[in-house]
Design a protein around this ligand. Structure first.
Ligand code: TYC
Length: 101
């Protein structure tokens, strides 16, 4: 094979695209008690009291706060479980997911 042929051959891609991580977002509302939000953050996202309080207050003041990032399936499962915990008590608390940039 000539040099020109070798240079123009297509290379097999070695790098595998890393799947995008997804953010779990905490959305503020006017009804869910602060203590309940903090409890859910600790129970589902493994936060301690201080971490959970900061995330809860950030959502309370800004309207929304990033809770954590995970692979898509984990993010969706955790957001659903956390939201369902609130529905079980009749609260409108909402966790959403979105792909990281
Ligand atoms: N805003 C709620 C209240 O004052 C507390 C709250 C905080 C609710 C964060 C949801 O994502 C939330 N009781």
């Amino acid at each position: 094979m000539s040099d020109i042929d070798a240079k123009t051959r297509t290379r097999t891609r070695v790098k595998t695209a890393r799947p995008k991580l997804h953010k779990v977002m905490l959305v503020n509302d006017d009804f869910t008690p602060r203590e309940f939000v903090t409890m859910v953050l600790k129970a589902e996202f493994g936060m301690n009291e201080d971490q959970a309080f900061i995330v809860m207050m950030t959502a309370h003041q800004k309207g929304v706060c990033v809770v954590a990032v995970y692979p898509q399936d984990v993010a969706e499962t955790k957001a659903t479980r956390a939201t369902d915990m609130a529905r079980g008590k009749g609260y409108p608390l909402l966790f959403t997911t979105e792909p990281e940039e």
